[in-house]
Design a protein around this ligand. Structure first.
Ligand SMILES: Cc1cc2nc3c(=O)[nH]c(=O)nc-3n(C[C@H](O)[C@H](O)[C@H](O)COP(=O)(O)OP(=O)(O)OC[C@H]3O[C@@H](n4cnc5c(N)ncnc54)[C@H](O)[C@@H]3O)c2cc1C
Length: 432
């Protein structure tokens, strides 16, 4: 079995195949598994990368039948049953595609060039550095207009990621940086959250949406619903109605689409991609016409009552367990069963003491919602070590209003081929 992607779907599938009579190759372009729900806390200087990501090798070490390979999957050769990577081809009997999704800029070049995504670990680090750097630069700035622009942070997209990040940077500014920088006028920095729809958190109950908006406003976030973004220019945001908003930093959380592998896979299988470019699958989560290929998680479009299941962790994990069970069924000549999703609920936090949670008929907001959010996320952080470190950092921040990881530090750009032996490198050295 070859699994593409060591995210929530791929890793869960590898784990679910632990006792199956199969040899698993798990391929990912990163050597870590990322716990996305806490990524915004890396981008707001609350957590370090190692607290939200774990090396895949350490996670699969207890799985005797799983081999991990670091590599970028370029395409799938369905006819030859091979996964084509930048490192070589990997043949499969069964394939599980769990390559996830990526930021969607809807073809808007200016957005793609100037706005910052919040989907990958390097993006979160870039944002952390940028926010901190903007404050340091503002301390030197004598021109008031330029300083205002430097200190305006616009988050586009009122879904959970946008809401959580807007709340988190507002708290970073008001509770931590304002104390660090006595010369800073606390009224000068602005955090603006833009949403094209009429309200934030469209997937939530209207009461919770209103509670989230109130909590954000209390934390100093300017919420503007019904506002579209047309483009980003150096230091400016162009709004749909023709207005302009001066802002040096724009964070784009307003769109997601299936991984770049989706169009090639859809074309090879002659299926039409669904909304967000996701791959339609049959009831057993297989690629239509290819009984040996499963597609799960964000990459898959599995419809219930005419609507694709959302791009969420519980969907990816439940589908992963189902695909693993189907592979075991197929090996034993049994027909795979149809997938059924059990919805565990949704939640989003707005910072200290505020969150909204919707679980079955239960609706929680404010402090009770926040306690539930803390508990659920702490239990689900991938390893015991991360759980402990996250808890220490949260407690430290909560009690002392301090975020110790506010360092401006970036790795030098790495050459991805640096570990390959070039032909020149292999030649014996000439003697002098
Ligand atoms: C900031 C953020 C916060 C989120 N918060 C929540 C939340 O609170 N609750 C929730 O339910 N959902 C949340 N989500 C959504 C959730 O992360 C996804 O729904 C989930 O990760 C989907 O799992 P997946 O296995 O399909 O994809 P992923 O977990 O994204 O895994 C895909 C994997 O494939 C790898 N990959 C991709 N392309 C290639 C390639 N060409 N070659 C090799 N490897 C490749 C990637 O490196 C990655 O490891 C959040 C997402 C983001 C971005």
């Amino acid at each position: 079995v070859v699994i593409v992607g060591a995210g929530f779907g791929g890793l869960t599938c590898a784990r679910a195949l632990k006792r199956a009579p199969v040899q698993v190759t798990l391929i990912d372009r990163n050597n870590y598994h990322l716990f996305t729900p806490l990524l915004y806390q890396v981008a707001s200087a609350l957590l370090d990368p190692a607290e939200v990501a774990r090396p895949v090798r350490s996670l699969v070490r207890p799985l005797a039948n799983v081999d991990f390979r670091l590599g970028n999957v370029e395409r799938i050769d369905l006819e030859a049953r091979r996964v084509v990577t930048d490192r070589g081809d990997v043949p499969y009997d069964y394939l599980v595609m769990a390559a996830g999704s990526q930021t969607n800029y809807f073809g808007n070049r200016s957005l793609e060039a100037a706005a910052h995504g919040l989907k990958e670990l390097p993006e979160a680090l870039t944002l952390r550095n940028l926010v901190l750097r903007r404050f340091e630069s503002s301390a030197w700035e004598t021109d008031e207009e330029t300083r205002k622009r430097q200190l305006t942070f616009v988050v586009v997209g009122g879904g959970p990621t946008g809401v959580e990040y807007a709340g988190a940077i507002s708290e970073l500014i008001r509770l931590v940086l304002a104390r660090d920088m006595p010369g800073l006028d606390p009224e000068e920095p602005r955090v603006v959250l833009l949403e094209a729809a009429d309200s934030l958190l469209g997937a939530f109950d209207p009461r919770l949406r209103a509670a989230a908006e109130r909590a954000l406003r209390r934390k100093g976030v300017e919420v503007r619903c019904g506002t579209q973004v047309a483009g980003v220019r150096e230091g400016w945001l162009e709004l749909g109605g023709g207005g302009r908003l001066p802002a040096a930093t724009v964070v784009w959380t307003a769109g997601v689409r299936a991984s770049d592998l989706a169009p090639g896979l859809a074309a090879a299988a002659e299926v039409v991609p669904g909304r967000q470019g996701r791959i339609p699958v049959d009831t057993a989560l297989r690629l239509p016409g290819h009984d040996d290929v499963f597609v799960i998680g964000d990459l898959a479009s599995y419809e219930v009552d005419g609507q694709a299941l959302p791009m969420l962790i519980p969907v990816a994990m439940q589908q992963a367990r189902h695909a693993a069970r189907s592979i075991r069924d197929l090996i034993q000549d049994r027909r795979p069963r149809a997938f059924r999703y059990r919805d565990p609920g949704i939640m989003a936090t707005i910072g200290r003491n505020a969150a909204v949670a919707q679980i079955g008929r239960l609706r929680l907001s404010g402090f009770p919602g926040w306690l539930l959010w803390l508990g659920v996320h702490l239990v689900n952080v991938v390893s015991f070590r991360s759980r402990l470190l996250v808890l220490i950092n949260w407690a430290w921040e909560y009690l002392l209003f301090d975020r110790p990881v506010r360092l401006i530090v970036a790795a030098r750009p790495e050459d991805p081929d640096s570990d390959r032996l070039s032909d020149r490198g292999r030649q014996p050295r000439k003697k002098r």
